[in-house]
Design a protein around this ligand. Structure first.
Ligand code: ADP
Length: 331
């Protein structure tokens, strides 16, 4: 943490990288807190790309009216390769300086955090990050904005799949997002009563999966649902289904890949409140002189972690108790 209180008159706010439900609530909270504290606010479109292209606008309190319930991000988001270059960041800084921005709030994932760490160090500009991603795979926080909503979206889909699966004796393989993180698969799998859950963090052999499903078939289950995180080492749901299918002749095997619908939708109450707390906290921390850090939640408390620390390790988010519980609940 850099403790250095310097006068901040205008705060720039942007969203970057993958979008997640609740980003709007975080934007709203940051903007309104800054205005309440007598600061000016600039909204930056398309993340780092908007800094380079000088795509910015003045924000006031009405700019963020009626957005708390909207998914996506009103500031748009982008992946910007140019920002990874020294020249790109120099261009971005020129525009940021010309706009009178003297501190930044970035909402995004670990790529966004990496960019923030470099930019804020290179140009000595105060920055605070807010974790926005459905994957819940960021350090410095127990929960990321969008994770709760994505879980709710997935269980709604699983419940619907269960209705049709049970009517036809079907074995369903449902693929959910999570290239490196099994958090959504595990939580939604438990909440949706999945018969098996395949996670990127665990090596589940196909034979083990077949054993688990055989148990279900032997106990006369009328439907079985396997949740496959997209990053599972056996491949996606389609690959896994192909390898398991012939062992379960009594079941009609189907695959459903939920895809990008998991990123959308109106944020849950939990995500709206989390995002609001984090947006408020990010601005207050900047005004207190904190910088180059990410906001997070630990238990019920909002905390900050220096970006350098947050980016240097990989916290294991998968709860081993839940892995065990999921197995027991599937018998
Ligand atoms: P997320 O923030 O969701 O992880 P990305 O990994 O795409 O999404 O990162 C978002 C943006 O952050 C990138 O498009 C790029 O502009 C910036 N960024 C990522 N890594 C770096 C880096 N090493 N240096 C500078 N900027 C970076």
């Amino acid at each position: 943490m850099i403790n250095r209180v310097r006068e901040i008159t205008r705060i720039g706010v942007f969203t970057s990288g993958g979008d997640s439900p609740g980003m709007n609530a975080a934007i709203r909270a940051a903007v309104r807190t800054a205005i309440y504290k007598g600061k000016k606010v600039t909204g930056i479109y398309h993340g780092y790309q908007g800094m380079i292209d000088n795509s910015m606008f003045d924000m006031d309190s009405p700019s963020v009216s009626s957005i708390i319930q909207q998914g996506g991000t009103i500031l748009k988001t982008a992946r910007c390769m140019e920002f990874k270059t020294v020249e790109g960041r120099a261009k971005a800084y020129e525009n940021v300086k010309a706009a009178g921005i003297d501190a930044l709030v970035a909402i995004g994932g670990d790529g966004t955090f990496t960019g923030a760490e470099i930019f804020s160090r290179e140009y000595d500009i105060p920055m605070m990050c807010i974790p926005g991603t459905i994957d819940n795979d960021l350090n410095g926080t127990d929960l990321t904005i969008g994770y709760d909503t994505a879980n709710n979206t997935v269980i709604e889909a699983i419940d619907k799949i269960r209705d049709t699966a049970a009517s036809h004796n079907r074995l369903f393989f449902v693929e959910v997002m999570g290239r490196d993180s099994g958090c959504i698969a595990l939580n939604a799998g438990i909440a949706g009563g999945a018969e098996a859950i395949l996670l990127p963090e665990k090596d589940t052999a196909i034979e083990e999966l077949i054993d688990m499903l055989s148990q279900g078939a032997d106990s006369n289950k009328s439907s079985m649902i396997v949740i496959v995180a997209e990053g599972d080492k056996n491949g996606g749901a389609t690959d896994v289904a192909k390898r398991v299918k012939e062992k379960f002749d009594n079941f009609d095997t189907k695959v459903s890949i939920l895809g990008h619908l998991q990123r959308g939708g109106s944020p849950s109450s939990a995500d709206r409140v989390l995002a609001t707390r984090m947006g408020y906290y990010a601005v207050n921390e900047l005004l207190k002189g904190n910088s180059r850090a990410t906001v997070g939640i630990r238990g019920s408390e909002i905390v900050t972690t220096p970006l350098e620390e947050a980016l240097s390790k990989k916290e294991l988010k998968l709860n081993e108790d839940l892995v065990e519980i999921a197995k027991i609940m599937a018998i």
